[in-house]
Every structure is written in C-alpha cells, then in structure tokens.
Ligand binder design. Structure first.
Ligand SMILES: Cc1ncc(COP(=O)(O)O)c(C=O)c1O
Length: 399
C-alpha cells in the first residue's frame, strides 16, 4: 500500500475497496458508506412525514442537490437540474431548441461520441437538419482541424463529448465553443467523463449546455444526470418533453393554461425520483472535499503509471500519451483483450471492455498505486498462463 498518498485516507469511506481492485470508476464510481445513512434518512422521512415530505423537503430537493453539483463544474446556483439519465436530459434539451431557421440545417457530432447522444439527436431533429459526423483518424482523438472546419454558418448545434468515452481524449472544447459561437451555433457537451476527474468550468468555457452524470467520477450512483443551461439561455428553451413540475403554478392544476417557469424547474417534467436524489449526495460532497484539483493531480500520475507499465509489456495504449489531453481512463489493447478482460473480472479486478477500443482501466482518488500495478501485471499473468482461453465464447460486448 502506498503510504505517502494523502488521498488514500478516503478508502475507508468506500466499502467495496476492501473486497476487490476497483478500477472502474469511469463506469460506476464506488459507493460511499454515507449512502446507507442518506437512504435511511429518505426512508425515515417518508415513513414519518408521508405526503408532508413534499412541502418540507422533497419539492425543493432537486434544486438543493443540483446546487451542490454546480460548483464542481463552475456553474452558478440555479443553472443545473438533475434528471434520471443523459438520454432523457438530451431529449428534454433537444425538444426545447428552436430549429426553425432553415438556413441552419446542420448538427455536428463525432463518431467517438456516446451512441445514446446520437440516438436521441436523431429522434428529435427535424427533417431539414442533417447530422455531420466528424470521424476519428486514429481511434483515439478527433482531429481539431476536422471538427473546426465542420462548424460553419449552416451549423445550428455542435453536440459532442468533452472527454471521449473510449479513449479518454479531452476535446479542445474552448476552441470548438469559440468557433461555434463565431458562426452563430450553440454547443452541448457530454461531460460524463469530465466532471469529478478533470477541472471543468462551464462559465469560463461559455458553453451553452452541459450534460454529465454523477454515477461515474462523482460516486453518486445511477439515477443522477445533471443538465446545465447557461443562465441567459434558459428562457429561450421551450421543452416539449415537459410536465406539471415545469408549470409556474403546479398546484393550481390549471388545465387551460400551461405557463413555463422562468427558473431551472422549467426543464422538469413530472414527479422526480427522490431516492436517488438522496443517494447522489455523499459522493458529490466527498468529491468537493477532496477537490477536483487534487483528484486530477493523482489521476495524471496513475494514468501515466498505467501507460508506463503497458509500454514495458508492449501492450498498445488506446489513450492519449499527453496527460494534458488525457482524462481519467487508460484503455489498453493487449492480445485477446476481451477474453483477458473477462479473466480479470474473474480475478476480482474490476475493469471494463469496450468494443473497438480495449480494456478500460480507471483509477480514482481512492485507488493505490499497487492496485494500478496489479491490473497490468495480471494482464501479463493471464496471457502467460493461457487462462484467457476460458473466455473464448465469441462475445464482444460490455459489462
Ligand atoms: C459518455 C457517456 N454518456 C452517456 C452515458 C450513459 O447515458 P445514459 O445516462 O442515458 O444512460 C454513458 C455511460 O456509460 C457515457 O459513458
């Protein structure tokens, strides 16, 4: 165990670290111990207050929790709202944008974006809009000139990831946003792999919209995705995915008039999932206490360690070598990657595999250098002893 790493003191807060090598925070961050208490608090409130809980706490809870997440991305209070997942957050946003200017008939995306973003875009775009997909040249990055050149006066929206989920490449989003705004387009970034592991400041970036999730680097569990809207744009949004919580007077139960709220609840729909709003909080609070700057420093060191070890063994690295453009994950593509990844899971080393990429290894602030080391030496052991052959079932999918 590394002893001179001050962040390791947080390990006790995450029970799963006692049972395995948990190197998969890019998929699902470890559960903080504090979640037990928060969920008990939720159950106690429900049991003791019943319906009165809406007035005492629950109606405002989305706002309260969103305002805890906002500082982690440089967003002002009141500019963030939580929804269940990115697909619904995307749908709300895309349904709310004005696509009526037929001269702007293009949305720019990349082939390294998360497919769910593209599926929802396709579902919402009017027929006069075409998707312009910028393709990766190397399977790791998107060439900056390629994307900047794709953004022109015909562009209505640029919808891309801040950090690419396969390779952890950090996109040059400041340049992209600048170019988009120059030509009159808006930008939505998917920040699932950025907030909590790299510093993000949506205000300095001047990005229009930003969507991220708490379940990975923020250790907030499934059911928490945050949607940031630049404050001056909020009232331009006219969501079609909506509901009574977005009404200025939800409890007037007015069936004739639907007047959208002027605050961030404009982007609500119906009754929110209150349990996950409780579970989200311990992780978000811990990340704020640890500080993203400290997390980033350690992450750069441990991702570099992974790359150095991979180089020693000769395993191809499918992530940027330059730490300035590398997020929190390193993807390695040793021989028989998929089968090797299954055997790593069997040996209690939690990592994941992505098709067209390889084995993703994602240390977080609570991981020791020894765990990182073991992940790579275990790949070597598995290849040497042939145990990967046990997993030759021809499957090529995720978990
Ligand atoms: C970049 C990215 N976006 C989105 C998601 C998940 O989307 P949703 O919240 O709709 O399930 C993931 C999940 O792994 C992801 O990596």
């Amino acid at each position: 165990m590394t002893t001179d790493d001050p962040l390791l003191k947080w390990r006790d807060e995450f029970p799963i670290l006692e049972t395995c090598h948990y190197l998969i925070s890019n998929s699902l961050g470890a559960m903080p111990r504090g979640v037990y208490d928060r969920l008990k608090h939720y159950a106690d409130t429900w049991a003791e207050q019943g319906v009165s809980a809406w007035g005492s706490a629950w109606f405002e809870l989305n706002r309260v929790v969103s305002d805890k997440i906002a500082p982690l991305m440089g967003a002002p209070a009141g500019s963030v709202i939580i929804h269940q997942n990115a697909s619904i957050a995307n749908s709300i946003l895309f349904s709310a944008l004005d696509f009526s200017d037929t001269r702007r008939n293009k949305v720019v995306i990349t082939d390294m974006d998360f497919p769910g973003d593209i599926y929802t875009l396709k579902a919402w775009l009017p027929s006069h809009i075409t998707l312009h997909m910028v393709k990766t040249r190397d399977g790791i990055t998107i060439n900056t000139e390629d994307i900047l050149n794709a953004i022109d006066e015909r562009t209505r929206l640029v919808s891309i990831s801040h950090v690419l989920f396969r390779s952890a490449y950090i996109m040059p989003v400041a340049e992209i946003i600048h170019k988009a705004h120059q030509v009159g387009a808006q930008v939505v970034l998917n920040g699932y792999h950025s907030v909590g592991v790299i510093p993000v400041d949506v205000t300095t970036l001047n990005v229009d919209f930003y969507i991220g999730g708490v379940l990975k680097w923020l250790c907030g569990g499934p059911g928490g995705v945050f949607l940031y809207v630049r404050p001056d744009l909020l009232n331009t949004l006219m969501p079609k995915v909506t509901g009574w919580f977005a009404h200025q007077q939800p409890f007037a139960f007015d069936v004739e008039n639907f007047v959208l709220r002027d605050d961030i609840y404009r982007l609500m729909n119906g009754t929110p999932g209150i349990a996950s709003l409780h579970a989200i909080q311990p992780g978000v609070e811990i990340i704020a206490q640890v500080s993203v700057d400290h997390i980033r420093q350690k992450s750069i060191r441990q991702t570099q360690l992974l790359i150095d070890l991979a180089d020693q063994y000769g395993y191809p690295v499918v992530s940027p070598r330059d730490s300035a453009v590398r997020g929190g994950t390193v993807t390695l593509n040793p021989p028989h990657s998929y089968a090797v990844s299954r055997e790593m899971l069997a040996r209690n080393i939690k990592i994941d595999y992505r098709a067209n990429a390889g084995i993703r290894i994602a240390p977080h602030f609570y991981n020791s250098d020894e765990e990182v080391h073991t992940a790579v030496t275990t790949i070597a052991d598995i290849l040497a002893d042939g145990s990967w052959r046990r997993h030759l079932d021809g499957r090529d999918f995720v978990t």
